[in-house]
Write a protein that binds this ligand. Structure first.
Ligand SMILES: [Fe+2]
Ligand SMILES: [Fe+2]
Ligand SMILES: [Zn+2]
Length: 502
């Protein structure tokens, strides 16, 4: 048996000279990415892991076994039923947004496995693609069991196949970042910004909350996934280094575009869970503190390492840390029948906690919850539509999320006229991205434009049922049906139906 050090360099870096085709024909510019450089420029491409296929299979199989061992011990239906209800609903949000995005990452990595410009880079992408298959499987397998208990878990698989507004926003990002990108853009957007910059927040920050919340299965699942992300995220660094050397302006654009886009999505997915759906007693840090700890310093340091500048909108990003996810949560709660998980009204204690952690604007958000609480007080328990919006809300023509940047007092939405059409954006960075690549984004229709074009019904219930594919069993409700002990609801005509629940 030859020694590892004798055969690995050859197996990892399998490149050769072409005799009857040119390099440009083997690696056409569009699927390979720009700047297009001859292989000599990429031949020193390297990453620190140097994993062999054999080591990979042994390691991954052990990781899978340990996930399934934890499932046998902690992943039974009773274990989920013992968790707090708001947390379980955060789980539905994560479970839906995760697995099919991971599957899209399989495609992105496979493109790298074919069109990346050095053998070692292609070898790493091949293993990364296998990783992402595993990340698709694990949540699908784990959540499948839960569908018989709570049909909303069916959205773990269904979400990306629907025209739900959150799914449209998530696809708008993942289609471009994972499915349609070339290996250079993929390495910067996915491996560098998304995986190095953001997934720690999700997979380490949220996983520590899962431990506090007693959700051992979620903790194990995310830790296991993160151990793969940590390896394949290293693909991004050597690609970015080469890009910076040849086209620093394009490198800066990709970094700034994907940081903003990733931020908005993580603020929704992780922000909701950390500040609203984790029970107060288990919340040791706020979402903002997690972002400060896991993203800010580390990301800025890495940018410096590459000689890159912080994004031009950095001050706006810092400002949005205090407000964005609160705005989207309040908006989503008010339209909870349009999502596939249930949501909770923050209690007076929650609101005190939020005020302490978000002193800058909390009073403005607090007024919203005061109003929601008043509406519940006047409504019968379980009558969700008495405390629910009916008019259609506006969406950003870039990120496709609700126009929720700013605060209740300061709307940061931006408009633009382009090609005889009017566009609206949640924020200046969203408009800036659109203006840099209008040919990519201008044709996309948000929900409101689909309604105006007669492609989607304008009536809320019809939209929820026919267009978002949600029926009563699946659409979001208040976790507690509006029966909060702190509400001190006046005895309504239906109060007898819920004795002792108020
Ligand atoms: Fe992944
Ligand atoms: Fe990944
Ligand atoms: Zn936007």
């Amino acid at each position: 048996m030859p020694k590892l050090e004798d055969w690995l360099p050859l197996a990892r870096k399998l490149d050769w000279d072409y005799s009857y085709v040119s390099e440009a024909e083997v690696f056409p510019a569009v699927p390979s990415g720009r700047p297009w450089l001859p292989h000599a420029e990429w031949q020193h491409w390297d990453e620190p892991y140097h994993t062999t296929c054999g080591e990979y299979c042994i390691g991954q199989s052990a990781k899978d076994e340990s996930v399934y061992a934890v499932r046998d011990a902690f992943g039974k239906l009773e274990d989920y039923q013992a968790l707090s209800q708001p947390w379980v609903n955060g789980l539905k949000l994560h479970s839906a947004s995760l697995p099919l995005a991971e599957f899209a990452a399989v495609v992105g990595n496979m493109r790298g496995a074919r069109f990346a410009r050095d053998g070692a880079w292609r070898a790493s992408c091949t293993l990364a693609a296998l990783d992402e298959v595993r990340h698709t499987h694990i949540p699908l397998v784990l959540m499948h069991e839960l569908v018989r208990w709570d049909p909303q878990f069916d959205w773990t698989h269904k979400f990306y196949h629907s025209n739900n507004w959150v799914a449209i926003a998530a696809r708008h990002l993942t289609d471009e970042m994972l499915l349609a990108s070339n290996p250079i853009d993929f390495a910067v957007a996915t491996n560098f910004v998304f995986e190095t910059g953001f997934t720690n927040l999700q997979f380490i920050g949220l996983s520590s909350l899962a431990r506090e919340a007693g959700d051992t299965m979620f903790e194990k699942m995310t830790n296991s996934i993160q151990s793969d992300e940590a390896r394949h995220s290293t693909i991004g660094h050597p690609v970015l280094a080469k890009l910076v050397e040849h086209d620093p302006e394009y490198a800066q654009y990709l970094l700034d575009k994907w940081f903003w886009r990733s931020w908005l999505l993580f603020a929704v997915v992780t922000g909701f869970s950390m500040d609203y759906l984790t029970p107060l007693a288990q919340r040791r840090f706020s979402f903002k503190e997690f972002v400060e700890e896991w993203i800010l310093d580390q990301y800025l340091l890495t940018l410096e390492e590459f000689g890159m500048k912080r994004p031009w909108y950095w001050d706006q990003f810092l400002a949005s840390l205090d407000s964005y996810h609160h705005m989207v949560y309040a908006s989503a709660y008010t339209y909870r029948a349009t999502v596939w998980f249930n949501m909770v009204v923050p209690s007076p204690e929650d609101r005190d906690w939020l005020r302490q952690h978000y002193p800058k604007h909390w009073d403005e958000f607090d007024a919203v919850w005061e109003r929601v609480s008043e509406c519940w007080r006047a409504a019968d328990p379980g009558n969700d539509f008495a405390v629910h919006g009916t008019a259609i809300v506006g969406f950003c023509d870039m990120c496709q999320l609700v126009l929720a940047n700013g605060t209740p007092r300061e709307n940061r939405a931006q408009t633009l006229e382009h090609g005889g059409r009017k566009y609206i954006f949640c924020s200046e960075p969203c408009r800036w991205i659109f203006e840099r690549e209008p040919e990519r984004y201008a044709e996309h229709k948000d929900i409101v434009k689909r309604v105006l074009a007669g492609e989607a019904p304008g009536n809320l219930i019809a939209m929820v049922r026919q267009y978002f594919n949600l029926d009563y069993e699946h659409w979001g409700k208040d976790v507690f049906g509006g029966t909060y002990p702190w509400l001190n609801r006046k005895q309504g005509p239906d109060a007898w139906k819920n004795p002792g629940k108020q």
